[in-house]
Design a protein around this ligand. Structure first.
Ligand SMILES: Cc1cc2nc3c(=O)[nH]c(=O)nc-3n(C[C@H](O)[C@H](O)[C@H](O)COP(=O)(O)O)c2cc1C
Length: 246
C-alpha cells in the first residue's frame, strides 16, 4: 500500500525517461525536490561513493560522507592526501553515487581487494559533460562542481554545487541489519588501518577492533554465508595483518 502511494507521488513529481527519473520542474524550481526525494536532509551525514577522474583520465571512486548545506549545495570533508581530494583540486568535477551495495563501499575503500589492486574500468560510465565518471551500479547520481576547497589541518572541506541529479527506477530494498553493521565496520577498518603506525592511537584502534569484532558476531548471526560475512571475514583478516605489521 505504502509502495503504491510512493509510486503515485513519484509519478506526479517526475517525468520518467529511459530508466531515469528527472524532476519535471528541474528548470523552474531547482533541485530541492530532487535532493529531498533522494533522502537528503540538512545536518545529517550520508554515506556515498564519490567518483572522480585521476590525472591520467582513469576513474577513481571512494566512499565519502556528504552533507546537504542547502538545496543546491553539498559539502564533503576529505583527507588532504586522498585521491578524491587531489582529483577534485585538479579538475573541480565529481559525482556523488548513491548505492546500497556494501561490496562497492568495501572495494572502493580498500582498492587492493580488486584484481591488480585497481577498480575495474567496466564499473564506470563516462559522462558527457563532467570529467568525472559515474558508477554503473549507482541507484542515483549527483554531478557536482567544486565551489570552494578549504584546508583545515589534515582535512579539506569541499563545497560542491549540484549540477545534475539522476535516479534510476529500482525496487525498494528489504532491510537487513548486517548491511549497516558491515558498512560501519568498513569505516572503522579504514581508521584502524590509518592508526596502524601511530603509537599514540593504539588505544583508539583497540576500541575500534573490539567494535568490529562485535559487529562480526552479529553479522554472522543475522546474515550467515552472505556477502556481508565474506566482507567481515576479510576485514578481520586485514586487521590481524595490520596488527602484526605495526
Ligand atoms: C562509509 C565510508 C565513509 C567514508 N567517509 C570519508 C570521508 O568523509 N572523508 C574521507 O576523507 N574519507 C572517508 N572514508 C575513507 C575513504 O573512503 C578511504 O580512505 C579511501 O581509501 C580513500 O580513497 P581515495 O584515496 O581513492 O580517495 C570513508 C570510508 C567509508 C567506508
Amino acid at each position: 500500500m505504502l509502495g503504491k502511494t510512493l509510486l503515485f507521488d513519484c509519478e506526479n513529481l517526475h517525468s520518467v525517461e529511459k530508466g531515469c527519473i528527472r524532476p519535471s520542474n528541474l528548470e523552474a524550481d531547482g533541485l530541492t525536490a530532487k535532493l529531498i526525494d533522494l533522502g537528503f536532509m540538512q545536518g545529517a551525514i550520508y554515506e556515498t561513493i564519490v567518483s572522480t577522474a585521476n590525472p591520467d583520465g582513469s576513474p577513481n571512486a571512494a566512499p565519502m560522507g556528504v552533507r546537504m548545506q542547502d538545496e543546491q549545495t553539498l559539502s564533503l570533508t576529505l583527507f588532504n592526501l586522498s585521491n578524491t581530494a587531489l582529483n577534485l583540486k585538479a579538475n573541480h568535477l565529481g559525482v556523488i553515487n548513491l548505492t546500497n551495495n556494501i561490496e562497492l563501499f568495501y572495494k572502493t575503500a580498500f582498492k587492493e581487494t580488486n584484481p591488480d589492486g585497481k577498480l575495474p574500468s567496466q564499473w564506470f560510465i563516462k559522462t558527457k559533460s563532467a570529467a568525472a565518471p559515474k558508477l554503473r551500479d549507482a541507484d542515483a547520481t549527483v554531478d557536482f562542481s567544486v565551489i570552494k576547497m578549504e584546508p583545515i589541518g589534515e582535512k579539506t572541506t569541499v563545497l560542491c554545487r549540484v549540477e545534475q541529479v539522476n535516479a534510476s527506477k529500482s525496487y525498494p530494498k528489504v532491510y537487513c541489519r548486517a548491511k549497516a553493521l558491515t558498512l560501519e565496520a568498513i569505516i572503522h577498518a579504514t581508521r584502524v588501518q590509518a592508526f596502524a603506525n601511530e603509537p599514540s592511537k593504539q588505544a583508539e584502534a583497540k576500541k575500534l577492533k573490539e567494535t568490529i569484532t562485535n559487529y562480526n558476531d552479529i553479522v554472522n548471526r543475522v546474515a550467515p554465508n552472505s556477502v556481508y560475512t565474506r566482507i567481515m571475514a576479510d576485514l578481520m583478516q586485514k586487521i590481524t595483518l595490520w596488527r602484526a605489521k605495526s
